[in-house]
Design a protein around this ligand. Structure first.
Ligand code: PLP
Length: 439
C-alpha cells in the first residue's frame, strides 16, 4: 500500500528538505516555544511547565549513596546491561506497582528511558503509518507528539468529569472500523490526567474495561501521577483489574526525579518480547547506571515517606491555586478540582482565545500552556493548563492574580470590539483526519 504524502512544511532554505523522512513532517517547532524563553525569566510566574519540584529530596545523603555505588558496584553499574532492564530494578518496580494494587511478574516489565520512551516503544510495536490511535480529548502533549512522529492517525474521544465517555468510545471505534481503519489502542491517563487533572472513577474504569473486552480493544494506561493522590487513596489502576488487555506505563519521574530517565512498560507476555527487541534496536539497553541509582534509592531511603512529603507539598500548592482561582477568575470561567497530580484545567469565559491571549499574559508576567497544545485537531482554544507543581504557593497566588487581570482586560476588549468567539471552542469532534500543527 502506498500512502499519499502531504506536502512538506519545511522551509525551502533547508538544503536537506528533499531528503527527510515523511515522519519528520509533523515534528513542528512549538508556536509558543519562543514565548516560553521569555516565560523563563525570573520576573515571570510560570504556570506552564510540568516540572516536578524535587528540592525536598535529601540530596546530600543521596549523593553519598551514589558515590558508594560507583566505588562498590561501578564495574557493573557503568557497563552495558540487559535490553529489558536489570532484573533487580524490575523486581523493585513490581513492589512499587503493588502500592496501586497491581500484581505483576518482574519478567513482564521492560525498562524504558522515562515513560516517554515507553510510549514510543509501544507505538512502534503496534502502529504502521495511518493506523488509528484513540486519545482522550484533551491529552498529554508528549503522547500526541509521539503518535504524530510515528505517523499515527490521532482520533480524540471526549472525556467528562468522570473520565472517558464509554458511549463515545464505542461510537468512535465502530465508525472507524466500518470505514476500514485499523484502531490499534486507546491511550488513557486515568489518574489526575495531564492536562485536566480529572480522575477516572471506578465505575468508569469498569465500564471501560468491559467495553474494551467487547470491542477487542487494547488499552495503553499511562500512570505517572498515580501515587501523588492528594486526597483519598488512589483508585485501583486499570492494569490492577485486567492483565491481558492493558499495557501499563510507569515512571520514577514524579515520585523520585525525572533526570534519571527511568520508566517502565508492563505488558502481557507476548507483547513484552516485541518491546525488548524494539528497545534493543533503539538503545541496546536502557541507562544501566540510572537503574542502579534508582534501586539504591529504593533500597536505602524511605521512598514511601518521601512520596508522602511530596504529596503534602503538592497539596499546599494545589490548594493555593484553587483558592486564587476562586478569588481572581471572572464570572464565566470554570476550572477542574484535581484530587492529585500537577494540573488544573481552566475554561475561559466565552469568546476568549488562550493562544491569542498568551503574549499579553507574558507581558503581564504570567505564563501558561494554551489548551490547543493538548489536542491534535486544533480544539482547546478556550482552555488553559495551569501547573501548580513547580512554583511556590506565594508565586501561584501572584501568578493567578495576574492571569485574572489579563482575562478581565481581554474580556473588556472582547465586549468593546465584539470579536467573534472561536467557533471550534469545546466542540466534541469524533471525525478522524489529518492533524494540524498544535505542539
Ligand atoms: C501523562 C504523562 N505521561 C508521560 C510523561 C513522561 O514522563 P517521563 O518520560 O519523565 O517518565 C509525562 C511527563 O510529564 C506525563 O505527564
Amino acid at each position: 500500500m502506498t500512502l499519499s504524502q502531504p506536502p512538506r512544511r519545511d522551509t525551502r532554505l533547508d538544503p536537506y528538505v528533499e531528503t527527510y523522512a515523511a515522519r519528520t513532517n509533523d515534528l513542528q517547532v512549538s508556536a509558543v516555544r519562543a514565548l516560553f524563553a521569555v516565560a523563563n525569566r525570573p520576573e515571570v510566574v510560570s504556570l506552564a511547565g510540568g516540572m516536578p519540584n524535587i528540592a525536598d529530596l535529601p540530596r546530600q545523603a543521596i549523593g553519598e549513596a551514589f558515590a558508594k555505588l560507583v566505588v562498590d558496584q561501578g564495574i557493573q553499574a557503568m557497563q552495558y546491561g540487559s535490553g529489558q532492564g536489570e532484573p533487580f530494578i524490575r523486581e523493585k518496580i513490581v513492589e512499587v506497582m503493588a502500592e496501586e494494587q497491581i500484581k505483576a511478574n518482574a519478567d513482564d516489565v521492560v525498562i524504558s528511558c522515562g515513560s516517554q520512551q515507553g510510549l514510543d516503544l509501544v507505538t512502534r510495536v503496534f502502529c504502521d503509518p495511518g493506523d488509528v490511535v484513540l486519545v482522550e480529548a484533551p491529552s498529554y502533549v508528549g503522547a500526541i507528539g509521539t503518535f504524530k512522529a510515528n505517523q499515527c492517525n490521532i482520533v480524540h474521544v471526549a472525556i467528562d468529569e468522570h473520565g472517558i465517555v464509554p458511549e463515545l468510545l464505542r461510537h468512535a471505534v465502530v465508525l472507524l472500523r466500518s470505514s476500514g481503519k485499523k484502531v490499534k489502542f486507546l491511550y488513557t491517563i486515568p489518574n489526575f490526567q495531564n492536562p485536566t487533572g480529572i480522575t477516572q472513577t471506578l465505575a468508569r474504569r469498569q465500564a471501560l474495561l468491559a467495553l474494551a473486552h467487547e470491542l477487542d480493544l487494547l488499552l495503553l494506561e499511562d500512570n505517572p501521577y498515580g501515587l501523588l493522590a492528594l486526597e483519598a487513596e488512589p483508585i485501583p489502576a486499570l492494569r490492577a483489574q485486567d492483565d491481558e488487555r492493558v499495557i501499563y506505563l510507569g515512571s520514577f519521574s514524579k515520585t523520585f526525579a525525572p533526570g534519571f530517565r527511568v520508566g517502565w512498560v508492563l505488558a502481557p507476555h507476548a507483547i513484552r518480547e516485541k518491546l525488548v527487541l524494539t528497545q534493543e534496536s533503539a538503545t541496546l539497553c536502557p541507562p544501566v547506571f540510572s537503574q542502579y541509582a534508582i534501586a539504591a534509592y529504593l533500597d536505602q531511603f524511605d521512598w514511601r515517606g518521601q512520596i508522602r512529603t511530596f504529596r503534602d507539598m503538592y497539596r499546599a500548592r494545589r490548594d493555593a491555586m484553587l483558592q486564587a482561582l476562586t478569588e481572581h477568575m471572572p464570572p464565566g470561567s470554570t476550572w477542574t478540582h484535581p484530587k492529585g497530580g500537577f494540573f488544573v484545567w481552566l475554561t475561559l469565559p466565552e469568546g476568549l482565545d488562550s493562544q491569542a491571549m498568551l503574549p499579553r499574559a507574558v507581558t503581564a508576567r504570567v505564563a501558561y500552556t494554551p489548551g490547543t497544545a493538548f489536542y491534535a485537531d486544533g480544539l482547546g482554544s478556550r482552555n488553559i493548563r495551569l501547573s501548580f507543581c513547580f512554583p511556590t504557593p506565594e508565586q501561584i497566588a501572584e501568578g493567578v492574580k495576574r492571569l485574572g487581570d489579563v482575562i478581565v482586560a481581554e474580556q473588556e476588549i472582547h465586549n468593546t470590539f465584539g470579536i467573534e468567539s472561536d467557533s471550534f471552542v469545546n466542540r466534541r469532534n469524533l471525525t478522524p483526519g489529518p492533524a494540524p500543527d498544535t505542539n
